[in-house]
Design a protein around this ligand. Structure first.
Ligand code: GLU
Length: 463
């Protein structure tokens, strides 16, 4: 049977890189075997969901290239969950409960046991009504084994499972019910998801059986992502939103490649992988079960390598969004594509993320050099006035080509007993505003004599 996998995000925030990795593994399993990859928006919790997060999921998935064959939204499927809940109630596997959370907690504290529900309403025979939730009743005895291709077969004693709420007192279905009902209805063959869901999987399987689901899906609970301190990535502390990486100018194919390696490696150990490589070699069984380090420095290095591997034309095309509003600080008509194309190969050698392109070339298109005070103070030492005078004089007449511009600056520096590195700093800051950037003399050549002289004179005047 061809696999049917699903990615089932809850739209409660930006799409998390860990979620994207889960989506990728699901996508690979489906695409490798001509199966179907389903995107299911788990939006039953109206209080926590926002439509813009749903749009964000679609945008992020499209950007990174994970296309889906079927799309569902749980908020449109309420009737199915109501039916399933009625079925469970009719077969005596679910019961109504009117315990407030405080009462549940107070009883747990009084019995000095673990927190959680104690089955108080199991035999009370309550019917539906205001303030009442429907609970599922797992068996008291025995255990459920979760066969998991990554984690072996962890076993969960039924005595440790409390009776989960499956329909809230508001009438809305709970996650665990909607999740199982949909996996059944959508004939999901592989449940590949984050390991945080493993503890509820026994309830999932008991519900699956109670609803007459037949053969179980294959489970794979993929490991959490951690930061350099081995802490679980958190959206409050760590950069986790895929959109953030997109906006910083990571290439989508690099993100996909890097995410694939979080918990999995190619059999030959190769790290730079295309989608075709992943499709050929990925096996969900080979995913490891220990936390995976999301190493932003490594990702950045990968991205830099990939940027350098682009053809010059591709680089120019990919950089284009960062040369426009809202990224670009210059007037749109000031942009000169020919000038950019001349600088592009130099910039391509130096950036790790496409967002860095803007600040590397802004000096060409801005009316004035974007001088920051720190760079100015660093570069404009006491020798700067004499140096700028000499350079201005030389640049008024020398041929306007990088090698001549360099030779003239060396000569001006020598006259003041300054090494090239020291001598070029005031010129660089006067013209580009910064102490770092693309190679100076090529930059001057691209800017043209008039523009360069104007800035050098302005800087000299300021000193
Ligand atoms: N909606 C769940 C989440 O966002 C995923 C559930 C699942 O994959 O089974 O964590």
């Amino acid at each position: 049977m061809a696999p049917r996998t699903r990615f089932a995000p809850s739209p409660t925030g930006f799409l998390h890189v860990g979620g994207v990795r889960t989506a990728l593994y699901n996508w690979l399993v489906a695409r490798q075997a001509q199966g179907a990859f389903i995107l299911r928006i788990e939006d039953t919790d109206a209080a926590r969901n926002r439509e813009e997060w749903v749009e964000g999921i679609f945008d992020s998935m499209r950007w990174i290239g994970l296309d889906w064959d079927e799309l569902y939204r749980q908020s449109e499927r309420g009737a199915l969950y109501v039916d399933a809940a009625a079925k469970l109630e009719a077969s005596g596997l679910a019961y109504w409960c009117d315990c407030a959370r405080e009462a549940v907690d107070a009883r747990a504290a009084a019995r000095k046991g673990p927190p959680g529900y104690d089955g108080f309403c199991r035999e009370r025979g309550l019917g539906p009504g205001e303030g009442r939730a429907l609970r599922f009743r797992p068996p008291d005895e025995g255990a459920t084994i979760v066969p998991d291709v990554i984690r072996g077969a962890p076993s969960f004693d039924h005595a440790t499972l409390d009776d989960p709420v499956i329909v809230r007192s508001s009438g809305d279905p709970m996650f665990v019910l909607a999740n199982v009902v949909d996996d059944l209805d959508m004939r999901i063959t592989h449940v590949i998801r984050g390991e945080e869901h493993l503890p509820t999987t026994p309830k999932y399987l008991l519900l699956w059986d109670a609803l007459g689901g037949g053969e179980h899906p294959t489970f794979a609970h993929v490991p959490v992502l951690v930061n350099e301190k081995r802490q679980k990535l958190s959206k409050r502390r760590d950069p986790v939103a895929l959109e953030q990486y997109r906006d910083e100018g990571y290439l989508p194919e690099v993100m996909l490649n890097y995410l694939a390696l979080l918990g999995w490696s190619s059999p030959d150990g190769e790290e730079k992988l295309t989608v075709e490589d992943m499709l050929a070699n990925f096996r969900i069984e080979d995913v490891g079960n220990s936390p995976a380090f999301f190493d932003v420095a490594k990702l950045r290095a990968f991205n830099g390598d990939a940027i350098r591997a682009l053809s010059s034309d591709e680089f120019i095309a990919r950089a284009a969004p960062w040369l426009e509003a809202p990224h670009a600080p210059w007037e749109p008509e000031a942009f000169d594509a020919v000038a950019f194309a001349r600088l592009a190969p130099l910039v391509q050698e130096r950036v790790f993320r496409l967002a860095e392109v803007t600040a590397m070339v802004d000096f060409v298109f801005l009316e004035e050099a974007p001088v920051d005070e720190g760079s100015w103070i660093k570069a404009m030492k006491p020798h700067a006035s004499a140096l700028l005078d000499a350079v201005i004089a030389a640049y008024e007449i020398c041929p306007w080509e990088a090698e001549h511009l360099k030779a003239a600056l060396i000569e001006a520096g020598e006259g003041l007993e300054l090494k090239l590195k020291v001598a070029q700093a005031p010129v660089r800051v006067a013209v580009t505003g910064r102490t770092v950037g693309p190679p100076l003399f090529e930059s001057l050549e691209v800017m043209g004599r008039e523009g360069v002289l104007t800035r050098l004179r302005d800087a000299r005047g300021r000193l």
